[in-house]
Structure formats: structure tokens, C-alpha cells
Design a protein around this ligand. Structure first.
Ligand SMILES: CC(=O)N[C@H]1[C@@H](OP(=O)(O)OP(=O)(O)OC[C@H]2O[C@@H](n3ccc(=O)[nH]c3=O)[C@H](O)[C@@H]2O)O[C@H](CO)[C@@H](O)[C@@H]1O
Ligand SMILES: C=C(OP(=O)(O)O)C(=O)O
Length: 422
């Protein structure tokens, strides 16, 4: 397994291009199951999760072709569709559950392996099941698989989710677009990736209103057609790279970034002493002056502070002036990076959903290991702020969500390389 070697760094300078969003693309790709005509996604990121979704869709009978070095994905689903999403693929990636809604809508039945929990939490599927059941699906668990059936097809309904789940909103949307009649989803998730999916579905002929708000209305149509859709900018990759100059000093412009994607995050950066300027090409980031101030952070659904940036923010706050409290409200076990940061000299106390970070003047390089994607990149960011060398192992987590992380950081002056194991 490869590792990433990082050396403590001086100021960074230059530009980092931000890719299309992993989490948008993982929801957009299954939309191909809804139409016989091709769906072309431009600005797709080149990531292992996208390859896993490609493999899953291929196993269901779709064709996914990567063009232009993978940045354009041409997907198509005109032949026979296999309704079974197998455990061997689903277990690799939770977002595999996003084929459930489209399979039900297109075929009236689906058999999708339960993804199971992962390092950051148990992540059950009850909200997805309730939402699809409201549309008339009967869903039961057998042998670790969700067996879903909509005898006579899906029917529009009004449904309120108990929590604004991102994935359940996506599954509901993709099911309701081909259901008979009108559906209304209340307490819908408002993330930019939901807005992106709704826009793509509309380009395919769906009738959707209200995406980006807590209430989405969908008027079912008989069929969807092909479309070409650009994947929205990855706000989590954006936030991650915005933290690099905040940690090292200097000035970095994140190309393609917009404040609207990361507003609550920018508010915290501002309070911490980091200036963000929106330019024609993206977001320019630099420290206002001196050391970073401590700030408190609470993760919440969009437009709140994203859980997917909590670990990276913690890396910044490890060397802030004063004490910060980070409260994780989305996932019950998302502080696994804390003990690894402590191996680098950070002072952190974790109690349940709260992590108290007492800023230290300097971190020290160490061998560290991550158990999830955002934890991995937080250790790289911490390594940029540390004295000496940091080696982050289990890089396969990182490759799920960051394309060429070492090239992008090296291009702005970071000392970082991938160490390939013999
Ligand atoms: C591929 C993708 O887009 N992943 C993102 C998506 O994950 P995902 O769609 O899995 O996140 P959800 O919004 O569904 O989950 C949020 C919380 O709700 C709980 N829950 C969810 C569904 C359910 O049926 N029952 C239930 O209890 C989860 O365990 C979790 O504690 O949104 C998360 C929250 O912004 C992000 O961290 C992930 O990066
Ligand atoms: C938690 C994440 O992804 P997933 O939902 O695919 O596990 C993430 O992108 O940080």
C-alpha cells in the first residue's frame, strides 16, 4: 500500500484547480439507469470511488465510458438491466446504495445489498427505506440484501424525512421522477450535490422544483431522455485546499471555487484569521496576519459547517492560539484523526461528540495512519504544519476522494511525495 510523505513547509503560492464533486458524481452516475438514452457527465473527477460506481453500473447492465482522461463520463443504459447490486461491490462504497431509487423507478423492483457501517458511523438505511416506501415500494431485508418491489409501479406521495439525509433525498428524487403523479419531499437535504442532481434530472426531462430548499416537489413523467451535464465543483476538495495556505502561510487561489459552496466554512476561516477573496477564477486564500485564532465549530447539514471538512479544520486548529471545541453532529464516530494528530504533538481531548483542541505552537512529524478519507487528508495538512517528516499510510482512503493530491500540493510549493511500496 502506498504512503504519502510530507515535510513541514514554508509559505505556499500559486493555483490549485478544484475537480468536479465526488459526492455529486456518485449520485449523477446512477441517474443513467433512469433512461435508455446516454447521459454524459463533464467535469467528472478521476477517483477510485468513481471507478467503483462504474463497476457497479456495469454489473447492472449500464455502459460507462471514460473519455478525455476520465473527465468526461459517457453513460448509457439501453439493454437489459440486472436488478441486483451485489455485496462484493456495494461493501466497497456506501454510495452504491444510490442505485436503489433508480432501479425501482425503471424496473419496479431492485435487490441491493445493505452497505453496512463504516469507520465514521453505523449509517443505517431506514430513512431511505421510509422515503421509498412512501412512494409505494415494499422493502424487506433478506440475506443482507434489501429486496424492494413496487407492484403496479411507484406512486407520487408527500413524505417528510425524520432527518435531512443526503443519500435518501437523492434516492427519493431518482425514484419520484418516474413515479405516477406528484411527490413532495419535506425536510429534504439542501446540499449543492442535491441541487446538481436535480438540475441534471431536469436536463433529462424530469419536472422538479424547490431543490436547494427543504421542500422539493416532483411531478412524475413517463420517461427521461439523454442529456449532458457538468458536475458541480467539489466543495470539500475546495475547503481542503483552502486550508493549505491557512496552515502554511502564503497565498493560494483555488480555481473554480465559489463562496456560495463553502459559506459557513468561510465564516469560520474569517474568525480564525484567514482571508478569502472571491476572484473571477476562484477563491484566493491567505492568512490575515500572524497565528491562527481558536474557533468553535459545529457540523450540521448544509448550509451549516460540513462534517466532511471537520477533520481538516481540526488540523488547522491544532496550532491555533487558544482552545477550540469541535462538535460533530452528523456522524457518531468521526474523530479517529484525533489520536493520530496527538501522535504529532497535538493536544486534543475527545468526549463523545466533542473534541477540545488546545492549540500548540508547533506539531512534530510522525508516522500516522488514517481510517477514512477526510482523516487521511487532515493528516497531510497537519504534516505541512509540522517540524520534520510525516508519513501517512493507507493512502487508498485518500484516493477515494482526492485526485493527484500530491501533484496539486506540490504545484504550490509543498514538499510532498507518494512513496510506492515494493
Ligand atoms: C456519497 C456522499 O454523498 N456522501 C456524503 C453523504 O453521505 P450520506 O448520504 O450517507 O449521508 P446522510 O446525510 O444520509 O447521513 C447523515 C446521518 O444520517 C444518518 N442516517 C442516514 C440515512 C439513513 O437512512 N439513516 C440514518 O440514520 C447517518 O447514519 C448519518 O449519521 O452526506 C454526508 C453528510 O453530509 C457526507 O458526510 C458524505 O460525504
Ligand atoms: C464520508 C464521505 O464519503 P462516503 O459517504 O462515500 O463514505 C466523504 O466523502 O467524506
Amino acid at each position: 500500500m502506498d504512503s504519502i510523505l510530507v515535510r513541514g513547509n514554508g509559505p505556499l503560492s500559486g493555483q490549485i484547480p478544484i475537480a468536479g464533486a465526488k459526492n455529486a458524481c456518485l449520485a449523477l452516475m446512477p441517474a443513467t439507469l433512469l433512461s435508455e438514452e446516454p447521459l454524459t457527465l463533464t467535469n467528472a473527477p478521476r477517483l477510485s470511488d468513481i471507478r467503483t460506481m462504474t463497476q457497479l453500473l456495469a454489473s447492472l447492465g449500464a455502459e460507462v465510458t471514460a473519455l478525455q482522461d476520465g473527465k468526461v463520463l459517457a453513460t448509457s443504459c439501453h439493454g437489459d438491466i440486472n436488478p441486483v447490486a451485489d455485496y462484493d461491490i456495494v461493501r466497497k462504497m456506501r454510495a452504491s446504495n444510490l442505485v436503489l431509487g433508480p432501479l425501482l423507478a425503471r424496473l419496479g423492483h431492485a435487490v441491493v445489498s445493505l452497505p453496512g457501517g463504516c469507520a465514521i458511523g453505523a449509517r443505517p438505511m431506514d430513512i431511505h427505506i421510509d422515503a421509498l416506501s412512501a412512494l409505494g415500494a415494499e422493502i424487506e431485508l433478506k440475506d443482507g440484501y434489501l429486496h424492494a418491489q413496487a407492484k403496479g409501479g411507484l406512486k407520487g406521495a408527500i413524505h417528510e424525512m425524520r432527518f435531512a439525509s443526503v443519500g435518501a433525498t437523492e434516492n427519493f428524487l431518482m425514484a419520484a421522477v418516474l413515479a405516477k403523479g406528484t411527490s413532495v419531499l419535506k425536510n429534504a437535504a439542501r446540499e449543492p450535490e442535491i441541487v446538481d442532481l436535480a438540475r441534471c434530472l431536469r436536463a433529462m426531462g424530469a419536472e422538479i422544483e424547490g431543490e436547494g430548499t427543504s421542500e422539493i416537489t416532483i411531478q412524475g413523467v413517463d420517461r427521461l431522455h439523454g442529456a449532458t451535464h457538468p458536475v458541480v465543483t467539489d466543495r470539500i476538495e475546495l475547503g481542503t485546499y483552502m486550508l493549505a495556505p491557512a496552515i502554511c502561510g502564503g497565498e493560494v487561489e483555488c480555481l473554480g471555487g465559489r463562496i456560495a459552496l463553502v459559506e459557513s466554512f468561510c465564516e469560520k476561516l474569517d474568525a480564525a484569521g484567514v482571508a478569502v477573496e472571491e476572484t473571477e477564477r476562484g477563491l484566493k486564500v491567505r492568512r490575515k496576519n500572524g497565528r491562527i485564532n481558536a474557533v468553535d465549530v459545529v457540523t450540521e447539514p448544509f448550509p451549516g459547517f460540513p462534517t466532511d471538512l471537520q477533520a481538516q479544520m481540526m488540523a488547522l486548529l491544532c496550532t491555533a492560539e487558544g482552545t477550540s471545541v469541535l462538535e460533530e453532529r452528523i456522524f457518531e464516530n468521526r474523530f479517529m484523526h484525533a489520536p493520530e494528530l496527538m501522535r504529532m504533538g497535538a493536544k486534543i481531548e475527545v468526549q463523545g461528540g466533542h473534541a477540545t483542541v488546545h492549540g500548540v505552537a508547533k506539531l512534530k512529524g510522525a508516522r500516522v495512519m488514517a481510517t477514512d478519507l477526510r482523516a487521511s487528508v487532515s493528516l497531510i495538512l497537519a504534516g505541512l504544519a509540522a517540524e520534520g517528516e510525516t508519513v501517512v499510510s493507507r493512502v487508498y482512503h485518500l484516493d477515494r476522494g482526492y485526485e493527484r493530491v500530491e501533484d496539486k500540493l506540490r504545484a504550490v510549493g509543498a514538499q510532498i511525495e507518494r512513496v510506492r511500496d515494493e
